[in-house]
Write a protein that binds this ligand. Structure first.
Ligand SMILES: [Cu+2]
Length: 72
């Protein structure tokens, strides 16, 4: 599981845009969003952290990786 802080994710629309972008790039992904904390946690076996970061940037956001945990 990889967690990103995305300060410019501010509403439900951002959350669904981000979820959709991640799932298009990695159909196996599980995406958990905490809007209040501006955090997105992603579990996927098919994409690296760097690739996920690129997907988020391409979706128009500014992700900062804040955590990674071995269990997915
Ligand atoms: Cu928004």
């Amino acid at each position: 599981m990889i967690t990103f802080h995305i300060q410019d994710m501010t509403c439900g629309h951002c959350a669904s845009t981000i979820t959709k972008a991640v799932k298009e790039a990695a159909p196996d992904a599980t995406v958990a969003i905490d809007l209040k904390q501006h955090q997105v946690s992603i579990a996927t076996k098919t994409m690296t952290t760097t690739e996920l970061q690129e997907v988020l940037v391409e979706a128009g956001y500014t992700p900062i990786q804040v955590g990674i945990s071995a269990e997915s």
